[in-house]
Design a protein. Structure first.
Length: 284
C-alpha cells in the first residue's frame, strides 16, 4: 500500500510539474545531509593508499614552528572551533576523566608500533567494548588539498591525496579539518576489524585539552601517532609539518562503529564526539 501511494503521488506531481525548456540550467544539487552513525552501525571502509608520506621522522626538537596561520587563511581558529557548543548545563568531558578510562590496556593489536622510523616498537593499540586507543607522539600530517601551510614546499613528504575524501570526492583539507591517521592494515593490527574507517569519530587528549576529530587518512603500516595540521592547532601543538608536533603524551581514542558523513562536517563531529566521550567515561 505504501508503494502504491507513493507511485500515485509521484504520477500526480509529474502531471502538475512545469515543463523545463531544453536550454534551462540544471537544478542545483542540494548539499548532502549530515549523517552521524553511532556505535552499532556498520562502518565505512575507504580505499587505502600506499606510500602516504614516505619515512616519518617525527617532531624536530627545539625547532620553532613559526607563526600560526592567520584565521582568514585557515578558516576559523581551530582552537575555538574545536570547542563544542553546549546547549545544556552539563560540563564538557574533562581530559582527566578520559585518561582515567584508558589507564589500563587490554591489547587489540597483536603487535606493537613505532612512533617514528628508527624508534623502538613499544606502542600497543588497546581497546574496550566501545573504543580503541593508543598513547603516542603527534606528527603533523599535511596531506590532502594543498594550501598556504600544507603543500610540497612546506612539507617534503607532502601528498595531494588522502585515503578518504570529502562529500565532493576531493582529498581532505588538513589545514581546516581535524583528522587522525590510522596505520595501514597489517599483521600488527587491522583497524577495520574493530569498526574503524573513514569518518570514525576520535577524541584527542593532550595535557588538559580534549578535542574531537575524524579518521581521515591511512599511514605506514608500522608507525602510529599522527594527526592533521588542524588537529595539532586545536590541541595547541606547534603545527609546522617539519618542526612541529609533540614528542609524546598524546592520547588517541577512536570510537568503534561511529561515522560522521559528510566527513568534513566539523560541527557534527564535535557534537557527536562529546556525546560518545561522555558515554565512554560513564561506562557506556
Amino acid at each position: 500500500m505504501r508503494v502504491q501511494s507513493l507511485t500515485l503521488v509521484a504520477a500526480s506531481a509529474a502531471l502538475l510539474a512545469p515543463t523545463t525548456s531544453p536550454g534551462a540550467p540544471p537544478t542545483p544539487r542540494p548539499d548532502p545531509p549530515v549523517r552521524v552513525l553511532l556505535p552499532g552501525a556498520p562502518d565505512r571502509t575507504g580505499a587505502l593508499r600506499a606510500d602516504r608520506s614516505g619515512v616519518r621522522v617525527g617532531p624536530v626538537p627545539q625547532v620553532p614552528a613559526g607563526p600560526s596561520a592567520p584565521a582568514s587563511r585557515v578558516g576559523p581558529d581551530s582552537r575555538a572551533a574545536a570547542r563544542p557548543q553546549r546547549d545544556g548545563a552539563e560540563e564538557p568531558v574533562r581530559a582527566a576523566d578520559l585518561l582515567a578510562g584508558v589507564r589500563d590496556c587490554d591489547p587489540v593489536s597483536p603487535g606493537r608500533y613505532r612512533s617514528d622510523a628508527g624508534a623502538p616498537a613499544d606502542i600497543r593499540v588497546c581497546g574496550t567494548r566501545d573504543a580503541v586507543y593508543w598513547k603516542a607522539d603527534l606528527d603533523v600530517d599535511c596531506d590532502g588539498r594543498p594550501g598556504d601551510r600544507c603543500n610540497a614546499r612546506t612539507d617534503p613528504h607532502f601528498s595531494p591525496a588522502t585515503a578518504f575524501t570529502d562529500s565532493d570526492g576531493r582529498p581532505l583539507d588538513a589545514e581546516r579539518l581535524p583528522y587522525v591517521v590510522v596505520p595501514g592494515p597489517s599483521d600488527t593490527w587491522d583497524h577495520r576489524e574493530d569498526g574503524i574507517g573513514g569518518g570514525s569519530l576520535a577524541a584527542l587528549v593532550h595535557g588538559d585539552r580534549v578535542r574531537y576529530a575524524v579518521v581521515g587518512d591511512v599511514g605506514p603500516s608500522d608507525l602510529i601517532g599522527e594527526a592533521s595540521y588542524a588537529a595539532a592547532r586545536a590541541l595547541d601543538i606547534p603545527a609546522d609539518p617539519q618542526g612541529g608536533g609533540a614528542a609524546s603524551d598524546v592520547t588517541y581514542i577512536v570510537f568503534k562503529g561511529s561515522e560522521v558523513e559528510p566527513i568534513e562536517d566539523t560541527a557534527a563531529a564535535e557534537k557527536a564526539g562529546e556525546r560518545l566521550a561522555r558515554r565512554f567515561v560513564d561506562g557506556g
